[in-house]
Design a protein around this ligand. Structure first.
Ligand SMILES: *[C@@H]1O[C@H](CO)[C@@H](O)[C@H](O)[C@H]1NC(C)=O
Ligand SMILES: *[C@@H]1O[C@H](CO)[C@@H](O)[C@H](O)[C@H]1NC(C)=O
Length: 570
């Protein structure tokens, strides 16, 4: 009795004290200044609502990472033993304690969140600006992206009650200033940047025209890619589509009629959408990026089922939200597409380390499920995703994530392929170097010496991992034949090689390759090593290509037969 009444009394005094008590706020993330590409407008309108995404710590991410390496490293007893959705979820989901703590905190602000990812580690809740400022000790303001005029609402700092720091890993939108998403731009490449055809070193099998324009026949000849049809229907390549870049079936048909007359005339792609995405069909809506990505997957990965995964424009800034939504959408499938290729990106410093980590962790989980994540490395050389002025090198996003495969670009014909000067490469400032690449990177850094020292972080995750042709691909877009360049060409091309290898693996009763990097770095002989050229940016000659791995062309360009042989015996 006495105990109960005492309890009652102390509860009362707590309740009486609480309205005045300020939570024990501790800063969670902050940014010192507004990025130079944005200008401050003023306080966020009080009527505005923040679509807040709350990333909870996974209960056992270290366990997931260990499993990822066990199932992806050739020679490991668990190699190829990919996880089911439920098995991945067991590592990725938050603890019941974290969920309860965050739910109680939201309840105390009259908010109810929805679970927004298949593993349950992301919640979303709409929060009015005034409430967000109060519960996060934040100052949400409106900022304009100077080049495009697009406005976003962000805060330069936010805090969480101290007791929530153990439960909440990331929040968005907060201090990340992602620029509006862009498709790979097509940098101007002059003929002098390209090595000419040289009959004394180039194989007769490669038409001399391939030195100036790249077609499926060129890629098949250069890399030994088979033209025979794939046979496995459970295999697939997903091609990411953003910013209302629509892939046209009519253009694909025209492309195949010109460049792949040997394929069945019915050859096409499937559509999957997320965030109310669509894929409008009309010549005026033809997206160069989307057409390139579809034509060089359907047109190279002969017979592999291809799905165009098109996102709507419901998010306030492109990359982070779009990338989270597409990976969460695909991860809810019981069999994930074995390859996902994306030719969009931004700059690493625009993201927050916490949200980038959370996105990267979702890629690790995708790898445990047997999926390979491929990204174009970026077209700004050492100046980030697109060229811009800089003194220190800018890391392209999201290539700094160690759980994806970053693809750079080259031109010319093997054995004299040359790094494309726009091919982004470098060293992440968020992620440290994973062990699969330390030996290869150390050899490069030793040879590089003090060149560019201080402009990059040599201990960071290094990229790209591999490369492929990326200059002057012929595509059909809006009914017209055009030439396109960029690492945007290289990623779908490399994805097609992996898709074809997976077809042969699945046909042989084996697992698909999944997370590629441990397999790639363990087998450098599978690549045409690119030792010529360098990238550029920040008024420097960037990084030179060298024998072995380098931060312009990675391990080199694919040799299909060698990759297939290594995959079959892995
Ligand atoms: C062609 O390659 C050979 C052998 O490497 C070289 O000696 C020659 O200079 C090259 N020709 C041209 C025009 O680059
Ligand atoms: C995920 O994809 C499916 C299939 O396209 C779609 O019906 C669903 O709406 C998507 N989810 C979201 C959140 O967009």
């Amino acid at each position: 009795m006495i105990g109960a009444s005492l309890f009652f009394v102390s509860l009362l005094s707590l309740a009486a004290a609480s309205p005045a008590a300020r939570p024990n706020f501790v800063v969670h993330e902050k940014r010192d200044a507004v990025p130079s590409s944005f200008a401050k407008v003023g306080p966020a309108p009080s009527s505005a609502t923040i679509p807040l995404r709350i990333g909870l710590f996974s209960n056992n991410f270290p366990g997931l990472e260990e499993t990822l390496y066990a199932v992806s490293t050739p020679g490991s007893a668990q190699y190829g033993q990919h996880l089911t959705l439920e098995e991945a979820k067991a590592f990725m989901e938050p603890t019941a304690e974290s969920l309860a703590a965050v739910t109680a905190w939201l309840d105390s602000h009259d908010l109810k969140a929805t679970v927004a990812s298949p593993y349950g580690e992301w919640l979303t809740v709409d929060v009015p600006v005034s409430k967000a400022n109060e519960m996060l000790d934040a100052n949400y303001e409106t900022f304009t992206h100077i080049d495009t005029g697009k406005q976003i609402i962000r805060t330069l700092s936010y805090s969480l009650p101290a007791e929530l720091h153990a439960h909440i890993e990331a929040m968005h939108p907060t201090t990340g200033f992602g620029k509006p998403l862009t498709a790979g731009r097509q940098p101007v490449v002059t003929a002098s940047d390209r090595p000419a055809f040289n009959s004394s070193i180039h194989s007769d099998a490669v038409p001399s025209s391939c030195a100036s324009t790249v077609t499926p026949a060129c890629l098949q000849a250069m890399y030994g890619i088979p033209t025979t049809l794939a046979t496995q229907k459970s295999n697939s390549i997903a091609v990411a589509g953003f910013i209302e870049q629509f892939a046209q079936t009519k253009d694909l048909t025209a492309f195949l009629q010109r460049f792949r007359t040997d394929l069945p005339s019915s050859t096409t792609f499937a559509l999957r959408t997320f965030d109310n995405g669509k894929n409008t069909q009309s010549a005026s809506q033809a997206g160069i990026e989307a057409n390139l990505d579809i034509e060089y997957t359907v047109g190279i990965a002969s017979g592999v089922p291809i799905t165009f995964v098109s996102g709507g424009e419901t998010f306030s800034d492109g990359a982070l939200e779009g990338f989270l939504d597409i990976i969460n959408n695909l991860s809810q499938l019981s069999t994930v597409p074995q390859v996902l290729t994306t030719s969009y990106g931004e700059d690493e410093p625009d993201q927050t380390a916490a949200t980038f980590t959370k996105l990267c962790n979702a890629y690790a989980a995708y790898g445990t499920r047997g999926g390979s994540i491929l990204f174009a490395s970026g077209d700004g050389g050492v100046a980030g995703g697109q060229s811009q002025s800089c003194s220190n090198f800018i890391v392209a996003f999201p290539s700094g994530c160690p759980f994806l495969t970053s693809v750079g670009a080259v031109s010319g014909i093997p054995p004299s392929e040359t790094a494309a000067s726009f091919s982004s490469g470098g060293f992440s400032r968020v992620f440290t170097q994973p062990s699969y690449q330390t030996t290869a990177v150390k050899t490069y850094l030793t040879a590089l010496g003090s060149t560019n020292s201080g402009k990059f972080t040599p201990t960071g995750r290094a990229f790209p991992d591999v490369s492929a042709q990326g200059v002057d691909y012929e595509i059909v877009s809006g009914g017209t034949l055009e030439g396109v360049s960029g690492t945007s060409c290289s990623s779908p091309m490399f994805a097609s090689v992996i898709g074809l290898v997976n077809d042969r693996l699945i046909a042989a009763g084996k697992a698909p390759l999944g997370f590629l990097n441990p397999f790639l770095y363990a087998n450098p002989g599978m690549f045409n090593d690119v030792t010529l050229g360098h990238n550029t940016g920040c008024n420097t000659n960037g990084f030179p290509a060298r024998a072995g791995w380098d931060p312009v062309t990675g391990l080199g360009t694919p040799n299909f037969a060698a990759i297939l042989a290594a995959a079959m015996s892995a």
